[in-house]
Design a protein around this ligand. Structure first.
Ligand SMILES: [Mg+2]
Length: 81
């Protein structure tokens, strides 16, 4: 079991990883000018990956990684508002 601080640190690390990978370019979830429809699609895609891990009966690490990605997308969306 992780502490809340560890969970938030993981989410922050995921955000930093994605920014390093993709930058803060336009058409990203954190872009205020990107549509909410598109942001919802990205979040839903990530949630679908959580569902796949649950259905496939994956291990806790993979599930935790996918849930962290969902939270990171939600944070990016929040940052854009
Ligand atoms: Mg994912």
């Amino acid at each position: 079991m992780l502490s809340r601080k560890e969970v938030f640190n993981d989410i922050d690390a995921e955000r930093k990883l994605k920014i390093r990978k993709w930058g803060l370019a336009i058409n990203r979830v954190e872009d205020p000018d990107s549509s909410n429809t598109w942001k919802l699609a990205v979040l839903t895609e990530e949630l679908g990956e959580v569902a796949k891990e649950v259905v496939d009966g994956s291990n806790r690490i993979k599930l935790r990684n996918e849930l962290t990605q969902v939270a990171a997308v939600a944070v990016a969306w929040l940052e854009s508002l």
